[in-house]
Design a protein around this ligand. Structure first.
Ligand code: PEP
Ligand code: MG
Length: 889
């Protein structure tokens, strides 16, 4: 195989082979743009090296050939004493892994060529500075020397000279530093810094290969689900210098604003500097627009290149460039990252400009981005005082009083205060405090830290790793770099979408996108901005394109109505358990405690009209659309009082000699119903089989409600769903009873009530025997919450707060299987059930109503598994619509 490609030999579609950077350098070269010549060593070569511990046969010769060609082209020799060619060696994988792997610049410098470079550039200082940079980067990345040793030496040199700015170091200082750096290398490695240019290059190439397996890179890949076997390419590129004086410089540019999506000139420029100076923030950059004044020729050329790139890639591009003594060079481009709002705006603009079609536009936006646009946000027009920024760990806008421990968070929130829990980092002890807070702010830890993971799980706004904030939990205060101090009780506002932290209250407004989805904003009116119009156009397209229906999980008429406004095509899961809470708990207690059939019947009879009224209002909200009502699912003891409270009550009554018969009976019932593993206990269909009359009462209420709605002129379309079925026999018994009730009520009201009866598939056994179950079920709805719980053996209520953050940190999985469906395991059972269910009953209706119904990646899986619909919370309905459309487009 061929292991080395000159830039001109590649193109942008060869990312697997040449990595993202290499493929795009090739593309730019072939577009005739000014790219410094060079070549790319393929990911194949990297994989070979990692597998065998040595480079593949022939690689050496190929590199030699390409290097000779490069030298001929540049009319310079690598490391030549009089006029040296210098090169950079940069990593560049298929997937962007920012800062994870290595780069070495200025290869080819040694004790001889440094003089040649000085003579050619007419700049001694520049040459010695370049040489010390080489030893420093090479020492750190290739020779694994602690970078602080070099930094300390620079600091020491500045101190000795009584200066603070790098720019005040002169040629002689750098020459001395070069000697000092060489001493460090010799001390740390036992051998001298390699002066042979080709050896420098080869060692750097190997170091880049090896950096693929550096722990931080491996961790990043696991988290981002980048295949560990992909390997990185290596780009060897002739050096151009932005640090050759004030007519030189380096910068980044975007073809549109990556924050808003607006067209214009966006980027930063730094005179007399190299790329790493910009990253390190040594000096302040100027806006890209200023380049026009500094160097009009380069500016004009850059603008025309940007236009060319955008027309070519048909998308927002980001660019790194360098100006060397008035000559512009392109160092990198790629299709750029952007915010959610920018993604929708840009997709829409590109359609308007005729650059892409609508079906391409939907590939440019994601459900996650849409979800971000739906969170409430801070009023952009309001005054605000920013005191810090961290990572945008969990979106939303939260305002509250700063508290520094969980105990205070709980106490204050109980008395009605909104609080922001501020911690250095959180741990499982903080759980209750996090729950009671409006938002969470930490100064340490990344997006997979405990705070971030748990907050996302709770849907709480969270900013994490705001390192510039000094959070002092002992003294209950936090200090910001600008001198602001936040004491306990001071109001702060945190933006989980951007990561910003503000002092004081910033007003929160509903997202304009939600106002559109709720029907408040007409997209054709002048009230709608370009973002709303973009969302509207894309939603219209995906609704026409998608094959999956989208329903909502809604338990009340209000939720159902809201879901319908958001585009839900029915209710896929109406959980009936909340209908047994509140005032009705008494009746449920009576049902559970009943000694006689009569008492039990009375309790059921009292519940019946209440349930019926619930259903009437939901059927009304969802008139003419299906409503899947699930019969009671949770273990009964959830409806009884807490055992400790009850025991205390009984003991107190006993001590006082008061009457306490009822409480005593309750306590006995609580003990009797107590289970070690309630989630695997008496719940779901098991209740229907064990508690006489419970399910039939519910079916009767559904049937009567439907009959009443019909009389009122409505078109109710209930579907009766039995939870937690493991075997067809369970279902068969409930189904027989239910059909009898439907007939009875039908006769009573003089109408025909023939509603689908189906089941949830939420136990592995149900999935594995779906063929049998389908004989008796007219529909399946996958309960992927319980299915995930039972397939993994993870307690869904406990794990996210218990060991998941450790699992995520160690990369066991990149995302919780309760959030994104585990396609290999749980998904396999779904596919089996789909196949066997359809084989037994070709028209069996197939849906999913677990949390995964609103998760983008999972929706794509459900599409490919051939389901008929997904059901999710009302707020996720637009997200599911978009992703279902993207899956089909
Ligand atoms: C499920 O298990 O996926 C489901 C939808 O039911 P619940 O979450 O109510 O157990
Ligand atoms: Mg369930």
């Amino acid at each position: 195989p061929k292991y080395v490609y000159e830039f001109a030999e590649g193109n942008k579609d060869l990312k697997d082979l040449l990595g993202g950077k290499g493929a795009n350098l090739a593309e730019m070269t072939n577009l005739g743009l000014p790219v410094p010549p060079g070549f790319t060593i393929t990911t194949d070569a990297c994989r070979h090296y990692l597998d065998h511990g040595q480079t593949p046969d022939g690689l050496d010769t190929e590199i030699e050939e390409k290097l000779r060609a490069l030298e001929a082209r540049m009319d310079k020799k690598l490391g030549d004493a009089n006029d040296p060619l210098l090169v950079s060696v940069r990593s560049g994988a298929r997937y962007s892994m920012p800062g994870m792997m290595e780069t070495v610049l200025n290869i080819g410098l040694n004790d001889d060529s440094v003089h040649g470079l000085a003579a050619q550039a007419g700049d001694e200082r520049f040459a010695w500075d370049s040489y010390r940079r080489l030893i420093q980067m090479f020492g750190k990345t290739v020779l694994d020397i602690d970078g602080d040793l070099f930094e300390d030496a620079i600091e020491e040199a500045k101190r000795a000279k009584g200066i603070t700015n790098d720019l005040d170091l002169d040629a002689a200082d750098f020459e001395r530093l070069v000697q000092g750096f060489k001493d460090i290398v010799a001390e740390q490695t036992g051998r001298g810094f390699p002066g042979d240019p080709r050896e420098q290059m080869d060692l750097a190439i190997r170091a880049v290969f090896e950096s693929w397996n550096a722990p931080r890179a491996a961790l990043y890949r696991r988290q981002e689900r980048i295949p560990a076997t992909a390997g990185t390419a290596v780009n060897v590129c002739s050096m151009v210098f932005g640090n050759m004086g004030m007519d030189s410089g380096t910068g980044v540019a975007f073809t549109r604003d990556p924050a808003s999506g607006q067209q214009g000139v966006y980027g930063d420029y730094l005179q007399n500097a190299q790329g790493e100076d910009v990253v390190a923030g040594v000096r302040n950059t100027v806006p890209l627009g200023d380049l026009e004044r500094i160097d009009k020729g380069s500016y004009d050329e850059l603008m025309s290149i940007m236009e060319k790139l955008e027309n070519h890639y048909r998308d927002l591009c980001d660019i790194e460039f360098t100006v060397e003594r008035g000559k512009l060079w392109m160092l990198q481009t790629r299709v750029g990252k952007r915010t959610a709002a920018a993604a929708f705006r840009i997709a829409d603009q590109l359609v308007d400009q005729g650059m892409i079609t609508l079906s391409e536009a939907v590939t440019r936006v994601t459900g996650d981005q849409l979800a971000q646009l739906m969170f409430p946000r801070f009023d952009e027009t309001a005054e605000r005082h920013r005191i810090g920024r961290g990572m945008n760990a969990s979106p939303g806008a939260a305002v509250g009083r700063a508290v520094f421990d969980s105990y205070t968070a709980i106490k204050w929130s109980r008395s009605g205060e909104s609080v922001i829990l501020c911690r250095r980092e959180t741990n499982p002890d903080d759980l209750e405090g996090m729950l009671s807070a409006q938002g969470i702010l930490t100064s340490r830890g990344g997006k997979t830290s405990h705070a971030a993971v748990v907050a996302r799980g709770m849907g709480k706004t969270c900013v994490c790793g705001a390192e510039e904030l000094d959070i002092d939990t002992k003294n209950r205060r936090m200090a910001a770099p600008g001198g602001d101090v936040v004491n306990e009780g001071d109001v702060v506002s945190i933006d989980g979408t951007s990561g910003e932290v503000y002092l004081g209250e910033v007003p929160v407004v509903a997202s304009p996108v939600v106002r559109y989805f709720e029907g408040v904003t007409d997209p054709a009116s002048s009230e709608a901005d370009d973002l709303v119009r973009a969302v509207h156009r894309i939603m219209r397209f995906v609704d026409a394109a998608r094959r999956l229906d989208v329903r909502a999980n809604a338990d009340t008429a209000e939720d159902a109505a809201r879901a319908r406004r958001m585009g839900a095509q029915g209710v896929g899961l109406c959980r009936t358990e909340h209908m047994f809470l509140g005032d009705r708990r008494q009746l449920v207690e009576q049902l559970i405690l009943a000694d006689t059939d009569k008492e039990q019947e009375e309790a059921l009879a009292a519940l019946l009209p209440l349930q019926r009224a619930d259903f009437v209002s939901i059927f009304d909200s969802m008139d003419d659309l299906p409503v899947t009502v699930r019969l009671l699912d949770p273990p009964l003891h959830e409806f009884l009082p807490d055992v400790t409270e009850l025991s205390v009550r009984v003991a107190v009554a006993e001590a006082r000699g008061e009457k306490h018969e009822n409480d005593l009976r309750l306590l006995q019932a609580v003990h009797k119903l107590h289970e070690q593993n309630p989630m695997l206990g008496l719940r779901g269909v098991r209740l229907g089989l064990v508690v006489p009359g419970l399910f039939t009462m519910q079916v009767r209420a559904i049937a009567q409600a439907a009959a009443e709605r019909r009389k009122q002129g409505g078109t109710p379309r209930p579907e009766i769903m039995i939870p937690l079925v493991g075997t067809v026999q369970e279902l068969e018994i409930i189904r027989e009873e239910s059909m009898r009730v439907l007939r009875e009520v039908g006769e009573e009201y003089g109408v025909e009530l023939d509603f689908p009866i189906g089941t949830m598939i939420e136990l592995p056994r149900a999935a594995l025997t779906a063929g049998q179950i389908a004989e008796s079920a007219e529909f399946f709805s996958f309960g992927t919450n319980d299915l995930t719980q039972t397939v993994w053996g993870f307690s869904r209520d406990d794990v996210e707060a218990s060991f998941f953050s450790a699992y995520l940190e160690k990369g066991v999985f990149g995302i919780s299987p309760f959030e994104t469906l585990d396609i290999e395991g749980v998904g396999r059972l779904v596919r089996i059930a789909v196949e066997e269910g359809r084989a037994a009953r070709p028209d069996v209706k197939l849906g999913i109503c677990g949390e995964h119904g609103g998760d983008p990646a999972s929706v794509h899986f459900f599409h490919s598994a051939g389901l008929d619909y997904v059901s999710c919370s009302p707020f996720r309905v637009p997200v599911a619509r978009l992703e279902a459309g993207r899956a089909a487009a």
